[in-house]
Design a protein around this ligand. Structure first.
Ligand SMILES: Cc1cc2nc3c(=O)[nH]c(=O)nc-3n(C[C@H](O)[C@H](O)[C@H](O)COP(=O)(O)OP(=O)(O)OC[C@H]3O[C@@H](n4cnc5c(N)ncnc54)[C@H](O)[C@@H]3O)c2cc1C
Length: 132
């Protein structure tokens, strides 16, 4: 039986690993609220209308990677002892609370990116415009 590799995040790190790893040797599952990975350097041009936004994204479920499983969900907790991720489905258009689910893993890749740090500066979160 091949080991279960769960990748949290479909950004540059998570998507690259899932794309490059030998899918015959691992059962690869990506969990991410985003079904695409963005070519971020192209986003500014896409925003200016130079080309369609679709060209600045790569689908996680593209034809060449049919063997990779994908869950459109957020990982909300990890139990490192039992090697299990708790997930919550992520569908913007659905206001109903969908039931969460668990994913077991043998190997876990945490590639959930980062968020801006306010360093506790009062008022920053409410009034600042954050840039990555
Ligand atoms: C406009 C712009 C232009 C850039 N241009 C360049 C450039 O030219 N060259 C360069 O080297 N870098 C560039 N960068 C920086 C580069 O995009 C980042 O360094 C890179 O995306 C970081 O990759 P990552 O995989 O760590 O995180 P991300 O790409 O942010 O991916 C994180 C992923 O994790 C998912 N996620 C988050 N939380 C959870 C959770 N709880 N459960 C499941 N999934 C979760 C997110 O939805 C996302 O899919 C640019 C960034 C921006 C914004």
């Amino acid at each position: 039986m091949v080991p279960k590799l769960v990748v949290i995040g479909s950004g540059w790190a998570g998507f690259y690993i899932a794309e490059k790893i030998d899918a015959r040797k691992y059962e690869v599952t990506i969990v991410s609220p985003r079904r695409t990975s963005a070519y971020t350097p192209l986003l500014a041009s896409a925003a200016c209308g130079v080309f369609n936004f679709y060209l600045a994204e790569d689908s996680v479920r593209s034809k060449s990677r049919k063997q990779i499983r994908f869950h459109k969900a957020n990982v909300t907790g990890i139990d490192f002892d039992s090697k299990r991720c708790r997930c919550a489905p992520a569908f913007d258009e659905d206001d109903e609370q969908l039931p969460g689910f668990d994913l077991d893993y043998d190997i876990l890749v945490i590639a959930s990116g980062c968020i801006p740090n306010t360093f506790g500066t009062p008022g920053e979160e409410a009034h600042a415009v954050f840039m990555r």
